[in-house]
Design a binder for this molecule. Structure first.
Ligand code: AMP
Length: 282
């Protein structure tokens, strides 16, 4: 596995591969890798000749300085996991390399980002779109792999690709969970034992809500029941629970026939903010 640290190295590496007729898969991450990330690498490996993973804790997508400071960083352990999973090149740039000057361009994804993560983390999707655009321009992948764990992020990136005519295909992979249902996340490493023990409640609440959606329980009632269950657990502070259209991400008042529903939540556990979602095809 090649380790690349500069934009020029990434460009040269991927340009040479492209000239040689290789298909390039890109897997952008912020590191502290787990099975959810490795699944993306393995999916890329199955479909592409070159698998370029990137590890960059992107400051522009953090709206909370403390969250950025405390974000887990374990570069050696990450590199050791990537090669066996089929990664052929790892791009690990510095902040200065990615942002030689402070970016001023601002993305606005309209209704897609007026809800959930966009509403609760101002500027988050601007930072995501900035860094993902840079990676797409530098690596010019044929396919880029993202996790459904960040359902809204996938929607925003699909819009980005459409609006800016990036010549690539977005592949969305399912959420990988721990045995007790907790969605894998780099931030799980920061949970203390008590918070970790309470954390499976997030997925339990989503699973119960999904069952209600399948039974046709109205969205407002599903939302209220989920919020009540979360509020019952003293270690969990819910930030939002949403019952939304899976494509438009707009909150639902009623179910529309034939349209998938996404149930999303964000909650704080002992100072760590976690998100999760499940999709219900009705
Ligand atoms: P992150 O390092 O958290 O920015 O995540 C990098 C990529 O991995 C994103 O596309 C995430 O959606 C994806 N990802 C993170 N956690 C999971 C998970 N538990 N299952 C599937 N994909 C995930």
């Amino acid at each position: 596995m090649q380790i690349l640290t500069t934009a020029a190295e990434l460009q040269a590496y991927t340009e040479q591969a492209r000239q040689a007729g290789q298909r390039i898969g890109l897997v952008p991450t912020m590191g502290a890798l787990h099975a959810g990330h490795l699944q993306l690498v393995q999916a890329a490996r199955a479909e592409c000749n070159e698998v370029v993973a990137t590890i960059f804790v992107n400051p522009t997508q953090f709206n909370n300085a403390e969250d950025f400071r405390l974000y887990p960083r374990v570069p050696e352990a990450d590199a050791a996991l990537l090669a066996p999973a089929g990664c052929t090149a790892l791009f690990v740039p510095s902040v200065e390399e990615m942002y030689p000057r402070p970016p001023v361009l601002r993305f606005d994804f309209g209704d897609l980002e007026r809800v959930m993560e966009g509403a609760h983390r101002p500027g988050h999707f601007n930072g995501v779109a900035t860094v993902v655009s840079k990676l797409f321009h530098l690596a010019r992948p044929h396919r880029a792999y993202f996790g459904q764990k960040d359902w809204q992020q996938v929607a925003v990136i699909r819009q980005l690709v459409a609006d800016l005519s990036f010549d690539l295909e977005i592949v969305a992979c399912p959420t990988i969970r721990e045995a007790d249902g907790l969605a894998m996340s780099s931030r799980n490493r920061r949970l203390d034992p008590a918070a970790r023990a309470a954390a499976p409640l997030l997925h339990q609440v989503l699973a119960a809500a999904a069952a209600q959606v399948r039974q046709g329980v109205p969205p407002a009632q599903v939302r209220a029941a989920a919020e009540a269950t979360l509020a019952h657990e003293p270690l969990v502070t819910p930030e939002y629970v949403e019952v939304a259209d899976a494509q438009t991400l707009q909150p639902l008042e009623n179910y529309a026939p034939g349209r998938a529903v996404v149930l999303c939540l964000a909650a704080h556990l002992g100072g760590v903010r976690l998100i999760d979602n499940v999709v219900v095809v009705r």
